[in-house]
Design a protein around this ligand. Sequence first.
Ligand code: NAP
Length: 341
Amino acid sequence: MSTINRQWILKQRPSGFVDQDTFEYRESDCPQPNIDAGEVLIKTLYLSFDPAMRGWMDDKPSYLPPVGIGEPMRASGVGQVIASGHPGFPKGSLITGLLSWQEYILLDSTSAEQLHILPEGTEPSMALSAFGGTSMTAYFGLLDVGQPKAGDTVLVSGAAGATGSVVCQIAKLKGCKVIGIAGAADKCAWLKTECGVDETIDYSNEDVAAKLAELAPLGINVFFDNVGGSILEAGIEHMAEHSSIVLCGSISAYNDTEHSPGPSNLMLLIARRIRMQGFIMLDYLSRIDEFNAEFGSWFMEGKIKTQEDIQEGFDNIPTTLVRLFTGKNKGKQLLKLAEPQ
Ligand code: NAP
């Protein structure tokens, strides 16, 4: 075990996109656990990169407190317990939970209780991809909030991403016609050939509103929106009467320096009796067994495919986050630091 703990700390709150001044590389001594006090020392193996991390850097009220200046950046991850005084997390266990951008993390006995032990035989990366938060978001957001019925037309933005691609495939399993919007021709091709999506729109090359008029002449019944902005506005324009919009994310606005105006066509929600509802996946953690049972069997039967985009190297952590906002990621964005021992 190294005696040095490498870290990326939040140096200053970004205005707009993160840049080379947002994070600072630091080395500190590797923390020593107090076993008698129940402390747990974790070695980070995989980090997850999530668009929401951009919001955690802002000093604004949200569903989690902002990351403090000078603290290692918060991130979901998978790690291995290398020393422990907590009976629930013995040495050698693989865990997942909220970790941070550092090689070694010391948790007190109470903080360790937010961690989950990986089921025996689980590939570490899969705890963050196929069986991670984005799949849970897709499952509960579509089925609980969107409530599609067989025969419905379901529109998904950010469709080739970790969340969106799972939404598309669950909607297909439920007998829906699926239209996916993504930002590149190869992502659209992957959605059709691998995920069974019926129609795609490449928003970087095609007129989204015009294509929606052509592809959904009777209107959209459920719109799962990951993007916000002009794509949300175009979707609203083509919603059917008594339809639903699931507000999952608004990635097009996460780096805005000023509040961008909302959709100009919200009046359509009244005229067409459209329901629009936001949700946060964390509210569904108590229903994780339901997700594991149904989604797990779909996955094991090969009915759902997921894609992992695994970068490597401690130095590449900050630039890996940027990939989400430039559309470079192909599926769930991860970074590998080490293999379990
Ligand atoms: P992801 O979709 O795997 O990656 C982000 C994708 O967003 C990029 O690949 C890019 O795809 C697209 N994108 C980036 N900037 C964009 C822009 N300006 N306009 C349009 N598209 C843009 O990431 P994810 O983790 O699955 O998250 C997807 C969305 O779900 C995010 O909005 C996230 O905040 C949200 N989310 C919400 C919850 C919740 O509890 N509500 C939980 C997890 C995630 P293209 O190449 O197609 O542009």
